[in-house]
Write a protein that binds this ligand. Structure first.
Ligand SMILES: Cc1ncc(COP(=O)(O)O)c(C=O)c1O
Length: 370
């Protein structure tokens, strides 16, 4: 199987990640902060190291890094903890449903106002565009993705955060498509991401990291392992945002992945995946049956397109029959398809891993062009 859906979840996971997960299942089996045995101590040490490693990734103290079930939970927890009735949120048309839908729900139920910034003509989002929108709307929150999970367009998050800060707007960065590929320590006030994409951990794990300047009330109450005699849920980070039994095997996997992902390794892996993406793009652009939706500027290894004579789902089925796994449809990004005029069937999306070979590309292309 030629797997070209790493923007959904990376596959296969490295052996070291699988070994760490299996080590937890076979030899550890317990959660951190749920007892004082040597097993709990081992779990606590690994969870603490994973937290510290994620803290380095986001440029925040480990005490401000909470483990969640995914970016979806992280974003929901943050929005519900931060927003107040009447607040204006500036966001972008590139957003995933994990941001778009809670914003819509809060618009309907909590009087939140939402302004959606449209892409530039080149399918990017320039610093000027963002500066103008922030200047005009003066939102309390600017919530945006570091990169589109549909077109792969990557945005200058550091510049966006600096502008927002100058205008006293808080920033929430959804780094789900960039974490593990490029640095995500861009001075956002809060960072949400999933751990199972380029961070190479198993599914069911995400991160919410938040600057110490933000006072946020926990949105879920329950067991935290600490303060067990209290009726009330603790408010201290990060445990306040980690109610319930954590996904410790996935955290073990993330810790192992972060041990592998040095800056040099991330760069090399990204360059290899981008090279494969560019190779597909060149072939697609040379064939007039295809319409490609790719940014002119910086990008991640994600490429969307349509084929004039075939519905995306039908083309994905043809590829599947030839052992090529891609994603067809809307990719859980409700707004961008209105802009791309692909609302009816969405797009086909390829997101190669760094390990895709020239032979894989040739085989996948033969299926695409058949
Ligand atoms: C940009 C973006 N944000 C958020 C998410 C949601 O992540 P999760 O499913 O891990 O909650 C995804 C997953 O596809 C994504 O691509």
């Amino acid at each position: 199987m030629i797997y070209l859906d790493n923007a959904a979840t990376s596959f296969p996971k490295p052996d070291a990640v699988l070994a760490a997960v299996m080590h937890w299942h076979r030899e550890v089996g317990v959660s951190a902060s749920r007892g004082s045995s040597s097993r709990c101590a081992e779990a606590a040490a690994v969870v603490d190291r994973a937290r510290a490693r994620m803290g380095q990734q986001v440029g925040m103290s480990k005490d401000r890094v909470a483990f969640t079930s995914g970016a979806t939970e992280s974003i929901n927890l943050f929005l519900r903890a931060f927003l107040q009735p009447g607040d204006l949120v500036l966001t972008t048309a590139f957003e995933h449903a994990s941001l778009a839908r809670p914003l819509r729900a809060l618009q309907l139920t909590a009087g939140i106002r939402v302004r959606v910034l449209q892409p530039d003509p080149d399918l990017g989002l320039s610093v000027d565009t963002v500066q103008r929108a922030l200047d005009e709307s003066r939102p309390r929150l600017f919530a945006f993705s570091h990169a589109s999970n549909v077109t792969g367009a990557q945005f200058d998050a550091e510049a966006f955060c600096a502008i927002a800060k100058g205008l006293r707007a808080t920033t929430l960065l959804d780094a789900s498509q960039t974490a593990g590929h490029i640095p995500i320590d861009v001075n956002a006030d809060a960072v949400a991401c999933s751990a199972h994409k380029a961070l190479l951990a198993p599914p069911g794990l995400g991160i919410l990291a938040c600057s110490a300047n933000l006072e946020l009330q926990a949105q879920k109450q329950g067991g935290t392992g600490s303060s067990r005699a209290l009726d009330e849920h603790p408010q201290q980070w990060p445990h306040a945002f980690e109610a319930g039994t954590p996904n410790t095997p996935a955290i073990f996997g993330l810790d192992a992945a972060l041990g592998l992902l040095s800056t040099t390794t991330q760069r090399a892996r990204l360059e290899a995946a981008l090279e494969a993406t560019r190779e597909f793009e060149v072939r697609l652009r040379a064939d007039s049956r295809f319409r490609v939706f790719a940014p002119a500027g910086p990008r991640m290894p994600v490429l969307s397109f349509t084929r004039k004579d075939l519905d995306p789902q039908d083309l994905a089925a043809i590829l599947d029959a030839r052992n090529v796994h891609v994603r067809a449809g809307h990719h859980c990004a409700p707004w961008i398809h209105r802009h791309l005029l692909t609302e009816a069937g969405g797009t086909i999306r390829l997101s190669p891993s760094p390990d895709v070979t020239a032979d894989d590309i040739r085989q996948a292309w033969e299926a695409l062009a058949s």
